[in-house]
Design a protein around this ligand. Structure first.
Ligand code: ADP
Length: 161
């Protein structure tokens, strides 16, 4: 079985992420969307909330499973019997970071392949941080995040203020 892992913070999941999941799910028998516990970041949504929101956002894609992990990505991917990491790419700034990261990952484990998927035109400007900023100032996030999560995201961000 060919398994792909799509790691990220997903704080919160956006339509840009979901587009990548949908397209990547066609390349693998099973796509694991894995929320990374990053000790350097202070997320808005808890790990459990992000997993729950991702599960709702991907419920119509049958070969996607949502999980979470901490520690080294390579170790997690190996534990899942995979050697494929899927990352989305938006602009040049993403490329620089992702390029270094993919090479580091390969240095540790030469069989590990990072697969890049180019963002779709209509989602290229969407980021989790952009969504949070927009919602904080009452801007519309319709069409930028999964419809089933829109209210929840707005509510949480307004509570933070
Ligand atoms: P991380 O903190 O690991 O960068 P993110 O949740 O910000 O996690 O992003 C996870 C992955 O999704 C990354 O590969 C990122 O480049 C990609 N991504 C984020 N937004 C988009 C988008 N609008 N289109 C395509 N890929 C995206």
């Amino acid at each position: 079985m060919r398994i792909g892992v799509c790691p990220g913070s997903f704080d919160p999941v956006t339509n840009g992420h979901v587009d990548i999941f949908y397209r990547a799910s066609k390349m693998f028998d099973l796509l694991l969307v894995a929320v990374f516990h990053n000790p350097n970041k202070k997320p808005l949504f808890t790990m459990q909330e992000r997993v729950e929101m991702l599960s709702l956002a991907t419920k119509d894609i049958s070969n996607i499973k949502v999980d979470s992990f901490s520690g080294l990505l390579n170790d997690y991917v190996r534990r899942q019997n995979s050697t494929f990491i899927v990352r989305g790419l938006r602009e040049f700034s993403d490329f620089e970071y992702e390029y270094k990261r993919a090479l580091l990952i390969k240095k540790i484990d030469s069989e590990m392949e990072t697969v890049f998927m180019m963002t779709s035109n209509e989602y290229s400007f969407i980021s989790s941080s952009g969504i949070k900023e927009l919602a904080k100032f009452g801007g519309p996030i319709t069409g930028l995040v999964p419809a089933c999560l829109e209210e929840r995201i707005i509510k949480r961000i307004s509570e933070e203020k």
